[in-house]
Design a protein around this ligand. Structure first.
Ligand code: 6PG
Length: 244
C-alpha cells in the first residue's frame, strides 16, 4: 500500500494542514473520543503553537485523549520532556481535559515506566484481534537517521518485533533512556501520520518513500499500519526527491 502524501509549501503550512486534518478526523468520527499519540521534534512544535494560537475554538478539546509515541526518561519540567513541551506550547493555552492527557510517568524507572505505560494504554484504548491497543492517530516524526518514535537503527530489530506495548530505548548518541511504543503497536494504529519537513530530510525521505535499495535499514521503513492508513505530511523541501 502506497502512503498518502500531503505536501505543503513549508513547515508552518504542514502544521496547518495537519491541524485541519485533526479537525476533519473529529468531524468524521462525529462523536466520542479521539485517541491521539504525539511525538517530539521540530515540526510538532510548529503544530502545537498553531493549535494554541488559532484552534482553541475550532476543536472540541473535550474529545481528545493524548498519548505519547515516545518520551524521554526525564522529569516533565525538563526541557527535554516531550510532555513538558506540549504542556507549555499547547495544553496551557487550550481547554484540554487533564484527565485525558496520559503522560508517561517518568518518576518511575525507565523499565517500570514502560511497563506501566503499556498497561495504561491497554486499559484506556480499544484493542485489535492481536490484543494490541489501537490509537486513532499516531503522529510521528523521522530523525535524520531514519528513526521514528525512539526506535533507532541500532535497536530496531528488537523494537520492531517486541511483543510488549512499550519498551525502553537508548538514544545512540546521548545515551538518554526513552520509553517508546514498539513497532507492532505503532502499526496497530488506525492511522499513522508522519510529519517531516526541511531540506535536511530530503534524501532520507526519498530513500524511504521511493523504497530505494538499502532503505529497509531505516526504522521508518517498517512503520505502516497493518490495516490502517499511512499519511506523510511533508513540506516541499522534504518531498523534493520523492518520485511519485
Ligand atoms: C523525539 C521524537 C523523535 C522525532 C524525530 C524527528 O522524541 O525526539 O519523537 O522521534 O520525531 O527525531 O524530529 P525532528 O522533526 O525535530 O527532526
Amino acid at each position: 500500500m502506497m502512503p498518502t502524501l500531503n505536501v505543503s509549501v513549508n513547515g508552518p503550512a504542514v502544521a496547518r494542514a495537519f491541524a485541519e486534518h485533526i479537525v476533519k478526523k473529529l468531524a468524521e468520527k462525529k462523536e466520542g473520543p479521539l485517541f491521539w499519540a504525539l511525538s517530539g521534534g521540530s515540526t510538532p512544535k510548529l503544530l502545537f503553537k498553531l493549535l494554541a494560537e488559532e484552534y482553541r475554538e475550532k476543536i472540541d478539546w473535550s474529545r481528545l485523549h493524548f498519548f505519547w509515541g515516545d518520551e524521554r526518561c526525564v522529569p516533565h519540567d525538563d526541557p527535554e520532556s516531550n510532555f513538558g513541551e506540549v504542556k507549555s506550547l499547547l495544553f496551557d493555552h487550550v481547554p484540554v481535559v487533564w484527565d485525558q492527557v496520559h503522560a508517561v510517568d517518568t518518576t518511575k524507572s525507565p523499565e517500570e515506566a514502560a511497563r506501566a505505560y503499556g498497561e495504561l494504554m491497554m486499559k484506556l484504548l480499544p484493542s485489535n484481534s492481536d490484543g494490541l491497543p489501537i490509537l486513532d492517530i499516531n503522529m510521528l516524526g523521522m530523525g535524520g537517521d531514519g528513526h521514528t518514535a525512539s526506535i533507532f537503527p541500532a535497536n530496531m530489530d528488537d523494537l520492531l518485533t517486541d511483543s510488549r506495548i512499550c519498551a525502553v530505548a537508548t538514544h545512540p548518541d546521548s545515551g538518554q533512556k526513552r520509553v517508546t511504543m514498539t513497532g507492532p503497536v505503532l502499526n496497530a494504529s488506525d492511522e499513522v501520520a508522519f510529519l517531516v519537513t526541511g531540506n535536511g530530510k530530503t534524501e532520507r525521505t526519498a530513500q524511504v518513500l521511493n523504497k530505494e535499495h538499502g532503505a529497509e535499514k531505516f526504522p521508518v521503513m517498517h512503520i505502516r499500519p497493518t490495516s490502517g492508513k499511512l499519511i506523510w505530511f511533508l513540506d516541499e523541501a522534504a518531498a523534493a526527491e520523492v518520485g511519485y
